[in-house]
Design a protein around this ligand. Structure first.
Ligand SMILES: Cc1ncc(COP(=O)(O)O)c(C=O)c1O
Length: 459
């Protein structure tokens, strides 16, 4: 509806993004987007499933009979066989030959295993980057409960990168003699900033174990675990190929498997449990951490999903996403109100090389007055555009973007406690759009036309 508002130059620039390969893919796998005139720009939130993945999985379910694994009856053996082939496919996908693959519910489930099982003690330290998802931040509670210390490496407000000197200093100068865990995201779930994977080796050189949260990184970038060798890696599969939800994995380097101390046992995790002598022997492999019956009907769909992605090639996806993000940033930077004020403030790095598929931004009314993120999300929704707004479970980045001081944060915490959860600071939050393998130039034109419709409006 707003497309007419966009200038020819912008439309031409975006039409250059037309790509026969991805346009064909859009038509064959994601036709529903066009049928319902939907613009989906929340790929970092969750990827979209291709039609063929659903068909392949459903055909497979219809053709076979599956039973609860871990038994030698035929239906059980069939399930076990598919689970194990899928596990191998995951390891191959990440070139992770010397890792265990533990299936979990999602990336948060993977991170929770590390939090629960890492041998924190009074003599331990957890170091995190301020840019982290809450599912990593939450590990500090396990560290605190064992008497350990935790700390954050701050971010630079200008480009949302991590303070490199401070990081090197924190990694090299700690006096801690116990277990040390450094946790950071390979890619920010908010700004899309790709953090330096060489920090893994630096941290190792100073005696740290490394937890790499790869949830936002792996959908559009190659993670080669022969090249970079973090000790623990968290992944959610729906972020890579959209289906099924409810599955992720924790990859644990073989050398650190025994370091994780399982806090309890459950069905499927033990070789032997006695009731009369109160003993138990844990399994010696990934099964130790897969509590109860695994999701045996859905796990094999991961294999079909990874086959689909391999068919396209992560490199091709990465290049596609790169060019779309580049075009979007360029166009968004041009929007100005008649009073000369910039409408969009893009937060994060100037160099697109160091950022992935998402763009985080603030919208301003004329006079440079911030538009609440909720307003933008609502107005976009009215145009059938799905973008995401808020704090994205990443408080560190939001506190940095809005330069919120500690005393203000303490006030907010009290306010939220009193109001039973209500009370976000008026000037918090931002708007995120993220592109993916099903995005096309028509989506970007629709989104930019929507943005253009807000020029000179006070909303
Ligand atoms: C970087 C990062 N880590 C962790 C998570 C948590 O993933 P999940 O909600 O699938 O557990 C997300 C989800 O957005 C993420 O982007």
């Amino acid at each position: 509806m707003f497309e007419k508002l966009l200038g020819r130059a912008t439309k031409n620039a975006l039409n250059l993004l037309h790509n026969d390969y991805f346009e064909k893919l859009r038509k064959s796998e994601y036709r529903r987007l066009d049928v319902s005139s939907e613009v989906y720009l929340d790929y970092t939130g969750g990827n979209l499933y291709p039609d063929s993945l659903i068909d392949t999985h459903h055909d497979w379910l219809k053709k076979n009979t599956f039973g609860n694994p871990h038994s030698i009856n035929p239906t059980s053996e069939r399930s076990s066989k598919f689970i194990e082939t899928t596990r191998q496919t995951v390891l191959e996908f990440f070139n992770a030959t010397d890792y265990h693959c533990i299936f979990t519910q999602n990336a948060s489930g993977a991170l929770k295993i590390v939090g629960e099982s890492y041998p924190f003690s009074e003599n331990s330290q957890l170091l995190m980057t301020a840019d982290n998802h809450n599912s990593v931040n939450g590990i500090r509670e396990y560290c605190i409960s064992k008497g350990g210390k935790f700390d954050y490496v701050p971010m630079n407000q200008v480009d949302l990168s991590i303070d490199h000197n401070r990081l090197l200093n924190d990694l090299s100068s700690t006096s801690i003699t116990g277990n040390k865990l450094f946790a950071y995201p390979a890619q920010s779930n908010v700004s899309g900033v790709k953090h330096n994977l060489n920090w893994i080796q630096t941290a190792h050189d100073h005696g740290w174990d490394v937890l790499l949260d790869a949830a936002a990184f792996v959908p559009t970038s190659v993670l080669d675990l022969q090249k970079y060798k973090p000790d623990f890696v968290s992944v959610s599969f729906y972020k890579i190929f959209g289906y099924p939800t409810g599955l992720g994995c924790l990859l644990v380097h073989n050398s650190k498997f025994e370091k994780l101390q399982k806090q309890w046992f459950a069905g499927g995790t033990v070789k032997l449990v006695t009731v009369k002598t109160n003993d138990h022997n844990l399994n010696n492999n990934y099964e130790r951490f897969e509590d109860g019956t695994v999701n045996y009907l859905n796990i094999p769909a991961i294999q079909f999903g990874l086959d689909f992605i391999r068919g396209i090639g992560i490199k091709r996806i990465s290049e596609r996403v790169y060019s779309m993000r580049q075009a979007l940033v360029r166009e968004l930077n041009q929007f100005k109100h008649s009073d000369g004020t910039k409408m969009i403030q893009i937060l994060g790095p100037d160099t697109i090389d160091s950022s992935g598929s998402s763009i985080v931004m603030l919208f301003n009314n004329p006079g440079a007055k911030l538009i609440p993120f909720q307003t933008i999300e609502l107005l976009a929704a009215q145009q059938n555009i799905s973008l995401r707004a808020g704090c994205f479970c990443n408080p560190g980045i939001d506190e940095t973007i809005h330069a919120i001081e500690k005393d203000v944060l303490s006030e907010q915490v009290n306010l939220v406690a009193q109001n039973n959860g209500i009370g976000l600071h008026a000037e918090r939050g931002s708007v995120r759009v993220s592109v993916g393998l099903a995005t096309n130039n028509a989506d970007l034109i629709r989104f930019l036309a929507f943005v253009k419709s807000l020029v000179d409006q006070t909303v």
